[in-house]
Design a protein around this ligand. Structure first.
Ligand code: B4P
Length: 192
């Protein structure tokens, strides 16, 4: 089983690339952002809670996020997958620790953390563009987008060091066409 953490700031292209890579490598794509959006759309208790954080550009608390992710991994494990692409998770050190322990219990591990590197101004531009049609409250204005990026530097960027100590970290240039970036990511995945 091969498990990949697809990493990067908001708008780096994690979701876009995960959709391509899941087909190419026959992996299960797990996006915590998509899970929260599903709950928000359906008005569940979890969705109501998540909304308070996502619309301000903040991360949803770790305990809630971890429980949701673990339940989904357990459910999808029953499909006997070739592996998972984690998109948007982990986003804090506490989440990374939970993921490590949880995968260990399942006799598996993170094999690579691949980080898409994109400058902040390009991120803002991409998310504002998506906001014109996505209907996503967190893409709606520049202030919230900048807060998401700030939250990334406060809590998430540090995870590069966390995975670097295990020699599982790979940085990939996230600027270029979607196809070019898929090629760069594939070069890393093919080596695993
Ligand atoms: P996410 O859904 O993960 O949002 P994201 O960071 O914007 O997504 P991504 O980087 O995947 O961007 P995409 O490919 O779509 O999270 C949303 C919110 O949920 C978070 O802010 C947080 O509140 C909450 N949340 C999620 N996970 C959490 C966790 N683990 N813990 C706590 N809270 C959590 O690309 C963006 C845009 O760029 C698209 O419009 C795309 O078309 C465009 N694009 C992609 N690749 C491109 C390219 N090569 N060139 C030009 N444009 C490109």
């Amino acid at each position: 089983m091969k498990n990949i953490v697809l990493f990067g700031p908001p708008g780096a292209g994690k979701g876009t690339q995960a959709e391509v890579l899941k087909e190419k490598y026959n992996l299960i794509h797990l996006s915590t952002g998509d899970m929260f959006r599903y709950h928000m759309k359906n008005g569940t208790d979890l969705g109501k809670l998540a909304k308070n954080y996502t619309e301000k550009g903040h991360l949803v608390p770790d305990s809630v996020t971890n429980d949701m992710l673990k339940a989904e991994v357990s459910r999808r494990m029953e499909e006997n997958p070739k592996g998972f692409i984690f998109d948007g998770y982990p986003r804090t050190k506490a989440q990374a620790q939970v993921l490590r322990e949880f995968l260990k219990e399942k006799n598996t591990q993170v094999d690579a953390m691949v980080a898409l590197e994109v400058e902040d101004e390009v991120l803002v531009e991409r998310l504002l563009e998506r906001g014109k049609s996505s209907g996503r409250a967190d893409d709606a204005n520049e202030e919230v987008i900048r807060e998401r990026i700030a939250e990334y530097y406060r809590k998430t960027d540090i995870l590069k060091e966390y995975y670097q100590t295990d020699e599982k970290y790979y940085g990939v240039d996230g600027v270029g066409s979607v196809e070019e970036i898929t090629e760069r990511l594939s070069d890393v995945i093919d080596e695993l």
